[in-house]
Design a protein around this ligand. Sequence first.
Ligand SMILES: [Ca+2]
Ligand SMILES: [Ca+2]
Ligand SMILES: [Ca+2]
Length: 493
Amino acid sequence: MKLVSPIRRAGRPGLRSVRAPLSAAVLASTLLGLHTAPASAVERAQPSAAAAAAPLEYSDRLIVRYRSAAEADVPSAGLQLRAHAAAQPFGTHMKHLRRLGTGAHVFQLDRPMPQDKLQQMARALQNGDADVEYAEPDLRMRPQFVPNDAKYAKQWNLFEPTTGLNLPTAWEKSTGAGVVVAVVDTGVRPHVDLQANLLPGYDFVTDRSTANDGNARDADASDPGDWTVADECGEGWPGESSSWHGTHVAGIAAAVANNGIGVAGVAHGAKLLPVRAMGRCGGYTSDIADGMIWAAGGKVSRVPANKTPARVINLSLGGASRTCSTTYSEAIKAVRQRGAVVVVAAGNENMSVARSTPANCADVVVVTAVKRNGHRASYANYGTAVDLAAPGGDTGAGILSTLNSGTRKPAKDTYAGYSGTSMATPHVAGVAALMLSVNPKLTPTQVETLLKASVRPFPGNCTGCGKGMLDANMAVDAAITARSLTVQGAPGP
Ligand SMILES: [Ca+2]
Ligand SMILES: [Ca+2]
Ligand SMILES: [Ca+2]
């Protein structure tokens, strides 16, 4: 059921084909006339799966890996000519953009196309050129959050017996010292409650209208704002205020604690590596993949080496796709080889996680959201790919974290409650940092296994929410126990 199509307006080059992260309020006002409202009157209106998915079925980029050009910054003229020829029957042109950290190449089309057409084009390219190892759409991702009213919000998510993380107890053993957590997101503000934990990071956004900072990639990962005007991210979509999504996510994972102000992050002893890969209307898979590889210490051409590689990569983002792209699979494989655990939001469409990517990729820790009462949040995706659940908040009880007061450009530091699987995910990323701090030898697979083995049972109804609810104290204990097992030569999983 596709009710809203993100048809790009003719003659407005550079505009995005997908919408920005929409607030629940906006979605409600936009879509309630078109969609059946959720049954529960207690829950706010949530985007239906179809509405949330539809705009993401478009992209104006393809990713192609050539057997002969994996090491080359630019594929040969012959290869480019064949790519160009493959695009012609689809009424578009393909222009080489750049090489990815995976060794694949990104091509720019002259206009956004629906995902199924892109798939056909990718297949045509693959079938017509023996040198093409694979070709796939470069899907745009968006942050996975639902903004919330802050006035009732407190940090119940850290300590409350029902669904809290049992953190005060865990903090006696670990605060994440020595561990770097990468937040691949919209960038961050130098918020007073983040600053002491912030590393320099990098801005991987290549597309200038997405970037909104006046240039393509650069060394400044600060968030200039991701506000949009009506129709910018697809016709029919209203304008949006800046979300400061990355700043909020970063604060949950590792806001400064015991400084007398604001909030406490889960792993407030850890360092935050801001990796900017999204902006206005979300961001491309290709930029996210490069950001991930760089975050873990991998090489990305034309980007200076990351001197502070991350052991934990937080992806509070996603898009609609029934398959995990090869680009994501390769990026995940590359960062895991470097010892980084990837934590991914299940998504906010109240649908099967199998339809949300990169949550449907293998070898990532997939997190869904519980409400304050331990029931699955009404927006939260579910299914067998979900590994565990963490507090994601809901109406009147959002997850409080660092934010900025600017509606467009940055203004003052502030704090606010947001809800979403975007908010649940950095709880798990933070706990992974607590575990790696007490046991740096843990592999990404071991971190995932121990996280799942140390959960608490759900106090509410949470079907398809994985093994249970995140418990920081039990996870840290499990990491400490695994340390002694490793010493005795009996490594864990
Ligand atoms: Ca830039
Ligand atoms: Ca920048
Ligand atoms: Ca603080």
